[in-house]
Design a protein around this ligand. Structure first.
Ligand SMILES: [Zn+2]
Length: 519
């Protein structure tokens, strides 16, 4: 009986916590407000879902006092670039533990052109079941194009383009913050610049953002950035380059040219920004990594037939071989491959050696068996650092909702923010702590034109993180990625502590769907 009462009490506490009627004062911490200004000693008073005061806070009756001595208080992190779309709808995924435990309080979905097309229906599902982090969605070019014209490698007819414009317009009316493209992925890759510019114009009328996984992150990096700027300019949209990098050894060093190009556009008045994850490896499907897009059109059946086709087959084989030659096969590790989980965590060269086959044979075998997710060690640390120092580059993970298991995914889903702040700022001093925090809070809020979030300010929503700078670190590695971040003491989402005194509270789901209200 006592146990039953305790159970009921704990259940009712979880419900009563949303919305909270409580107030908290975090006292004597170092406050970093998200603006990039140096931190200073102070207190934060959280009352309901807002910050009531920031600075010196007197005695507050009935407030829970939190001793902030030695701790940093900053705005909750806003991850501009995630693939949490479907994960957030899961029973466990709603808690979004791998993001919450980093101090991330808002995730943006619909990236790289992929995700729910019907934003209104998606938002309803998120709201019906609840989510721990706030959520922002983008209209998804690839998914929209697929819905209208399948996986066709051609330009749309006038009628098809009008349909796509209609779907983008509806998504913006439903509250998406802009349009995303993924121009290395099918079918978005088959769109020419003018098609995307036409859709960007719809977004521009709503005052939205154009965010792009650009057409080429390797040899054609600069041309691809130019295309993104052109699309944004024609559509009257702000331009955002997703997960900026210089991928593949032959393009190492081109980050310098990319920075010059973007800063020249910014000087001319175009709003161009970027985001970045603080790692030298990327992650996507094996197919997108090794098979040129022109061979990936049509249905799965058509793709499989092409792999065995007497004309196309050898050409695909040659293209895969060219990518995997030299160190190529060693750089690509299998993250997830349902057909043979034993290969997860191993690189293509090692698998090939063990199986006594060539890396190309292994890659083609995987493609024939439905493909795999890979981690690709294609970047140089120097390029990562060049981008990281720019004040217009936000921190974002490109990760998703993760559940610990036998897969070996990219550690960015667990470690992006503590790695940027813990390793690159606090340990290495590459950027200042205040700059690293700004790149994770105020800057992404500005890029999104988000109001009342991203800064520590009175009357702003109480998305607040409290961490210990001595222990706030990423613990997820490429070998053992399923490891939660260390050092986060409190995470408030809309005033509700989802991490309380270092403990994650999985039943608390105070996140909100944030809808774009137009310009
Ligand atoms: Zn992408």
């Amino acid at each position: 009986m006592i146990r039953l009462v305790a159970l009921l009490l704990s259940a009712s506490f979880a419900i009563a916590a949303d919305p909270p009627k409580t107030s908290y004062v975090i006292r004597g911490a170092t406050l970093h407000d998200g603006s990039g200004k140096a931190g200073h000693k102070g207190d934060v008073h959280i009352r309901g879902d807002r910050m009531a005061a920031v600075g010196a806070v007197g005695k507050v009756a009935d407030a829970t006092e939190i001793d902030g001595t030695g701790l940093v208080v900053c705005p909750g992190f806003i991850d501009l670039h995630t693939h949490c779309d479907s994960g957030l709808l899961g029973k466990v995924g709603r808690a979004n533990k791998n993001y919450i435990t980093q101090g991330c309080t808002t995730v943006v979905t619909g990236n790289c052109g992929s995700g729910p097309v019907d934003a209104g229906a998606y938002f309803k599902k998120l709201e019906a079941g609840g989510i721990a982090t706030n959520e922002i969605h983008l209209a998804t070019h690839n998914s929209i194009r697929e819905q209208v014209m399948g996986n066709a490698n051609r330009a749309p007819t006038a009628e098809e383009l009008a349909k796509m414009e209609g779907l983008v317009d509806q998504a913006m009316k439903d509250g998406t913050f802009g349009l995303s493209t993924g121009l290395i992925y099918t079918p978005g890759t088959y769109a020419k610049t003018d098609e995307i510019a036409a859709l960007a114009k719809v977004v521009g009328r709503h005052g939205g953002l154009y965010a792009s996984h650009i057409r080429d992150e390797s040899a054609g990096l600069l041309t691809a950035i130019e295309e993104a700027v052109k699309i944004g300019t024609e559509g009257s949209c702000r331009v955002h380059v997703s997960h900026i990098k210089a991928s593949g050894k032959s393009s190492w060093g081109t980050s310098v040219g990319a920075v010059e190009l973007i800063e020249a556009a910014r000087k001319k008045g175009t709003e161009v920004t970027a985001d970045q994850y603080p790692y030298i490896a990327s992650s996507t499907s094996l197919g997108a990594t090794v098979v040129p897009t022109r061979y990936r059109a049509g249905t799965k059946k058509e793709y499989l037939a092409r792999l065995n086709d007497p004309t196309a087959g050898p050409k695909i084989r040659a293209a895969v071989e060219a990518t995997l030659k030299g160190e190529g096969a060693k750089r690509i590790r299998i993250a997830r491959y349902a057909k043979n989980p034993m290969w997860q965590g191993k690189d293509l060269a090692a698998i090939a050696e063990r199986e006594k086959k060539s890396p190309t044979d292994i890659a083609l075998e995987i493609e024939r068996n439905g493909g795999a997710q890979v981690v690709n060690f294609g970047m140089s640390e120097d390029d990562v650092r060049v981008y990281m120092k720019r004040p217009w580059v936000a921190t974002a993970s490109d990760g998703g909702v993760q559940t610990p298991g036998d897969t070996v995914p990219h550690p960015r889903s667990y470690g992006t923010f503590p790695r940027k702040i813990g390793k690159y700022a606090i340990e290495d001093g590459l950027v200042t702590l205040e700059a690293a925090i700004r790149s994770s809070s105020g800057l992404p809020a500005d890029i999104l034109k988000l109001t009342h979030r991203g800064y520590l300010k009175p009357d702003y929503f109480a998305d607040v993180v409290v961490f210990d700078p001595k222990t706030y670190r990423d613990t997820a590695t490429f070998e053992k990625p399923h490891q939660y971040a260390a050092g986060v003491k409190w995470v408030f989402v809309n005033g509700v502590p989802v991490v309380a005194d270092g403990k994650h509270q999985p039943t608390r789901l105070p996140g909100k769907v944030l809808r774009w209200k137009g310009k």
